[in-house]
Design a protein around this ligand. Sequence first.
Ligand code: SAM
Length: 542
Amino acid sequence: MHEPASPTTSKLQYFNRDQGWIQVHERPCPFHSQTFLDTMQEMVLNPNYNTSWILRADILLDSRSDDISEELSCCSLLKEEERTYVLAPEFEMRGFVRSRTVVRRFIPRNPQRDKATNQTCLFFEERVEDRVLGNLKTLVVYIAHAASTEELPYYLPAVKGVAFLYEETPGPIEELESIQKISIHYLLFTPSTIESPGMTTRLERTALRLMDRIIKVGNGSIRGYEKKVHHDLVVPRERSQDTYLKLRVRHAKRLMDSWVEKTDPKKHVFEDILIAAFLIELWEDMYRSGKGEFPGFVDIGCGNGVLVDILLREGYKGYGFDARRRMTWKIFERETQECLSEKVLIPWVLGDEMIKAAALAEAEAEGIKQLRIAAEENLQLEGGIMAGIHDGRFQEGTFIISNHADELTGWTPLLAKASNSPFLIIPCCSHDLSGDKHRHKSTVIKTGAVENVDKLGTRIGTISSEYASLVEWTATIAQDVGYVVEREVMRIPSTRNIGLIGRKCGDGEMSVGEVLEREGGGVGWADKAFALRRMQLQKGHG
Ligand SMILES: C[S@@+](CC[C@H](N)C(=O)[O-])C[C@H]1O[C@@H](n2cnc3c(N)ncnc32)[C@H](O)[C@@H]1O
């Protein structure tokens, strides 16, 4: 554990004419300058990995030119008065040349509480003529677009500039190794004096945290660590996050204030807002700009119905059903309540006989005369749909949402195929097509029709975890019936966060019936689906 060192006079005072720099922290590092530069780039592009206060950084300008005045004059994203911060003549460093200028805009996680602000990040290389043989220096400087501490949001260090200096010097002759170190420096708004030192414990801690992060990312990259999680392959991050922020304002408080389940409202509400934002942006690409009318959605196994409620209130027509009604349904306005129903899904392919037998057995078990009559009467109807049962056929093209729908996960691509529907599946617990809990075998991922796989890199090969195997099993079923499966690591607070998206479908190598046969059929599904309802009734699941 490193403690922050007491601030000392900064070497930057030698490089920069501003005498206000102070050095806050210095640490040896095991990597070379290129790794330092790669790490700093990662830090500049993803400040959200350093602090949970920041949602992301939008890059307003990224220039490798040493004269950026022309680019600046064309950059409509920056206000006139902010351009001086980017040109930053007072941040010229003796012995260095500016090699890259990035202007980033911090988007706070809570825009109601914190404001967005801009910052310039300058990358410097040591001037060739100033290099001392065997020595190397690289410098990155962050410049606040603010004239005083008061103009800065809480989530940024209250300083005018932060500098990261990387230095490499030759080690002892016999070791043939160079010595590398990184130091962090602040330029205070008001130069430090004995009476008013300007440094605070908070500023020291921030420097320490930034240093920890640089060392961690740099060490990771020399160990050949590759970022395993690749988000935002299907919908750009900016779009889903901006929509999320808008939805959060409109829905989070009202849903949490009226929460009636025993479960944690925060988890459910924010997760469903995040999924809704993703869906809205996905649908924007699929259906807007003259690509056709939105066909409506169905949320199968919709649970508390929060996702259905948000989407309906955002103007998307659709409905949801679940084997068991939830208390939450009562908190919604009438329009939402009318779009939620208690139905057990028993796929039509399993045949009327299975449905009839299970429905009658259920009626006997529950002693509900009505259900028995309804079952018998409805079985005479064309399509075999009876009260309380959904046969899994939807209006053509309906977008199917299968979010943590447990037993319904593997069935979703088959149901989708039959209704010519696109889908989003976020698998959760592992079951087979009969509804039994089942750990799917590790499998080698096909590369064929699976989009994004090569971009994910690490996803080709043998899958070992139960969750990964479930995801691959579900994707394989979808591909077998002809879907091109896209993957998205959803930005939701759950470890079960892989989204499988099917919006393109061809003929497929197998029919729905063939896949069902290969997977052992759905023996006992109807009994288990009804039993599930009874079990959940007893458990009081949220
Ligand atoms: C883990 S919960 C998830 C609920 C909701 N989608 C969510 O993410 O909060 C799984 C849901 O699937 C429902 N379900 C499972 N099999 C079903 C079936 N055959 N018919 C209707 N609902 C079913 C269960 O009742 C349960 O509410």
